[in-house]
Write a protein that binds this ligand. Sequence first.
Ligand code: GLU
Length: 310
Amino acid sequence: MIAIVLTTKVHPHYSYPMTQPVLRFAPSPNGELHLGHAYSALLNQQMANDAGGKLLLRIEDIDLERCNPGLEAQMLNDLEWLGIEWDGVPRWQSEHLDAYQDALDTLEAEGLVYPSISSRGEVRHRISALEESGKTWPRDPDGVPHYPGEERLYTAEERAALKREAGKYSLRLDMAKALGRYTKPLEWYESGAGPKAETGKIPAHPAIWGDVLLGRKDVPTSYHLACVLDDALQGVSLIVRGQDLFHATSIHRLLQEVLGLPAPVYHHHRLILDDDGQKLAKSRKDTSLRQLRDAGLQPDDIKRMVGWEA
Ligand code: GLU
């Protein structure tokens, strides 16, 4: 059976203090686009058009294992079919790994990142054992335990030795050190409705994420680093994306300050949920645009399904 039809209308409600903003839609070709992506792309396009702005496309394909050309072609075709048009040329993140490496080198030279070797799985395992013994340990908004980060205390020689011996290592932000640089509170301007329907100045709380990953073992960046660098490089001034990234904005604001990048306005929009109130996932095929198209649905049907009222 085919996907959900929303019974509640989703109003593209917004207000923002800008004219001719630059927006971007930044999908990852690591699975098929679903109704949630369709809503986000439509909202980006409408907000860009209404304000006489531009809409750019960025392909977030740093996950070299999961992203592939077939998925990318399907994704671009789905967006075209939906009627989304782009300004300028798309930016492929996989073509700019050198730029991300440069930023990591700068952060490392400033002592703001440190090499680490433990995998997510190892950390999870270790912290679960700790919690089972009755201890508490902080977790980030996604429920992932904070990185313990013993390597944070290593001397320059110990860090160099760890890198030499490990061969492959990740780079993590020394959150406390990065935060220690600012006396002013970090915040962002929100024009959408976050989880608590906030609008206006939102205080950023990057510490809730712990020492986030900025450089992966296999690629010299992470989503967070590539995202803030590219938003700045592409001159993006208004970021329209799903509420699931609301808390990640705290990290993005900190990175923008650390790297001396401008702060865009953010607009987090509501998510398209399934009948059980769950966020749509790329692994769930019955809401994928490809499957809906194969079943004969048209762009207007998709708009109706996401409660679009243009
Ligand atoms: N690439 C991210 C995704 O597909 C979007 C990132 C963003 O909009 O900041 O979920």
